[in-house]
Design a binder for this molecule. Structure first.
Ligand code: HEM
Length: 523
């Protein structure tokens, strides 16, 4: 009673004399202090030895959201040093268990369907963007069939035609874009490369009609639809917020655009004269004989556009930024083209790409340091013992894998932070290659892929959700690189060797903008 009086006495006096905002602020501060104390006590007193250690954090709900969000790789490495390869952290109020290095990559990415699930994590975000009955808005078996359709649509004939189309797009772009007027100048690499990537991807995979509409209405629709991927939508994708209204409106209009292209083609008004994915999907049938309905063709095309755009545009931007910091490598690339293809640099073909190892190693090395997807998530469906540990993760927990972290570990790569395309000269760590006889292979129903079990280098993921766009991305990135090397020299403004930092504020890691470099046209 005495203690109560001692406490409430001054507080009561304070409440009587202080203004309402001051009381509110004091109450809030008291609430925060009590929550922090309880949260810290909970972490210290209620450790669960059978579960992975939890990264220490002061604030409940916020947990490690800020440190993780600012730089996920630094967060992973720092906590790996403290807790080992397996640890849990709180992200926006939810517990996420991270499993690093090759064992962790394999445990999560090659997890069994009955144990781990992708669609429950991704669909709240992707469903409203991609649409009904496609990708994560359908049972996994259906996604596997849809992946098969796309993978089998990327035939050698299709890829061959894409090299010519991409080269034409790039040449035209480098001639007419306002950033490249005259003999030399500067350009903001991520911004300009995002534009070029979407033109090349749309001209090849999406077809001529979609490519042409990118010069007008489609670009704005794409922009609004892309707003659906803002990180806040991991929690609020259902909310009637302005960016979600724009997303839904853009989605409906885009479905109409694709459906009308399909209708027109089906009516015979347009002749098949290209290898785009719309034509291919129009000919595909599910195992039960059902053709792919129009809204699913539209949804798959939107998914391909969105999945490919961010990853490829940030990768080509990083390639150019890295080359600007090491211009001598750009000259080596030109030399490679001249030596292999001839000093007159004839038009590039798909067969040429495999004869230009330094070009593909430049893409490969850039993906090692700058993998666009830093965190891959799955939901645990039933308690699982984490490989190589005695820890059990409960059902409902989110698992997080980061192959980009193993790709930057010094136990796998010498001087891992150094960007050096020549590190791949001897073909070391070439585990992601499904043609390599030395690696374990698997077929989830959409073609044979390497399992990636022991690989520290998995920029395209592994397991049933592995990327289907790898081959296309290599064709696209190498072709853009070849055309660029022929046309331009680039270097950092002032000639320094620095490289901009990474922007992790969206779901994909990309160069911090603006990232401006100097270009000079070759004659
Ligand atoms: C999935 C990386 C380009 C289509 C993935 C995943 C990764 C990845 C890591 C696995 C995600 C997970 O397991 O949750 C990349 C990189 C690219 C690239 C680094 C380029 C440099 C593309 C392109 C396309 C594409 C060009 C389309 C043509 C997809 C699709 C999935 C996917 C549809 C989802 C597959 C599934 O969940 O089963 N990508 N990607 N990607 N990628 Fe890519």
């Amino acid at each position: 009673m005495g203690i109560l009086a001692a406490v409430t006495g001054p507080l009561g006096e304070f409440a009587a004399t202080a203004s309402f905002p001051v009381v509110l602020a004091a109450t809030f501060t008291a609430f925060v202090v009590v929550s922090v104390v309880l949260n810290v006590l909970h972490q210290l007193l209620f450790k669960k030895p059978k579960e992975p250690p939890v990264v220490f954090h002061w604030f409940p709900v916020i947990g490690s959201t800020i440190t993780y969000g600012m730089d996920p790789y630094r967060f992973f490495f720092e906590n790996r040093a403290k807790y080992g390869d397996v640890f849990t952290f709180v992200l926006l109020g939810k517990k996420n268990t991270v499993c690093l290095d090759t064992t962790g990559n394999n445990f999560i990415l090659n997890g069994k369907l009955r144990d781990v699930n992708a669609e429950e994590i991704y669909n709240p975000l992707c469903g409203p963007v991609f649409g009904k009955d496609v990708v994560y808005d359908c049972p996994n078996a259906k996604l596997m069939e849809q992946k098969k359709f796309v993978k089998f649509g990327l035939t050698q004939d299709a890829l061959r035609s894409y090299v010519t189309l991409i080269t034409a797009e790039v040449e035209d772009f480098l001639k007419r874009h306002q950033a490249f007027k005259g003999q030399k100048g500067t350009f903001d690499v991520p911004k300009v490369m995002a534009e070029l990537t979407i033109y090349t991807a749309s001209r090849t995979l999406q077809g001529e009609e979609v490519r042409n509409s990118f010069d007008s209405s489609f670009a704005a629709l794409y922009h609004d639809l892309d707003g659906g991927f803002s990180p806040v939508n991991f929690m609020l994708s259902w909310a009637p917020l302005p960016h979600n209204r724009k997303r839904d409106n853009a989605h409906n209009k885009m479905i109409e655009v694709y459906s009308s292209i399909v209708e027109k083609r089906r009516s015979g008004a347009v002749k098949k004269d290209s290898h785009d994915m719309i034509w291919h999907l129009m000919e595909c049938k599910y195992k039960d004989g059902t053709p792919v309905p129009n809204h699913e063709i539209a949804g798959i095309m939107i998914a391909l556009l969105m999945a490919g755009q961010h990853s490829s545009s940030s990768t080509i931007a990083w390639i150019l930024l890295r080359l600007a910091s090491k211009p001598e490598l750009l000259e080596e690339l030109l030399e490679e083209q001249k030596t292999v293809l001839g000093a007159d640099l004839p038009p590039l073909t798909q067969d040429d790409l495999s004869r230009l190892p330094l070009h593909s190693q430049t893409v490969k090395e850039t993906l090692r340091i700058h993998a666009p997807i830093h965190s891959i998530m799955r939901k645990v469906k039933q308690p699982m013992v984490v490989d190589g540990t005695n820890y059990t993760v409960p059902a409902g927990r989110t698992l997080m894998s980061s192959p980009g972290t193993s790709a930057q570990m010094d136990r796998h790569f010498v001087n891992p932070s150094v960007w050096d395309p020549h590190r791949w000269d001897a073909g070391q760590h070439d585990y992601d290659d499904a043609d390599n006889d030395d690696v374990e292979k698997i077929d989830y129903g959409w073609g044979v892929v390497s399992k990636g079990t022991n690989s520290p280098y998995l920029p395209f993921g592994a397991g049933r959700h592995r990327c289907i766009g790898e081959q296309f991305a290599y064709v696209q990135l190498q072709t853009i690189l070849c055309a660029f090397v022929r046309e331009f020299r680039v270097r950092n403004v002032g000639g320094g060797r620095e490289v901009v930092g990474t922007d992790y504020s969206s779901l994909f890691s990309r160069p911090l903008a603006p990232a401006v470099v100097e270009w000079e046209r070759r004659n």
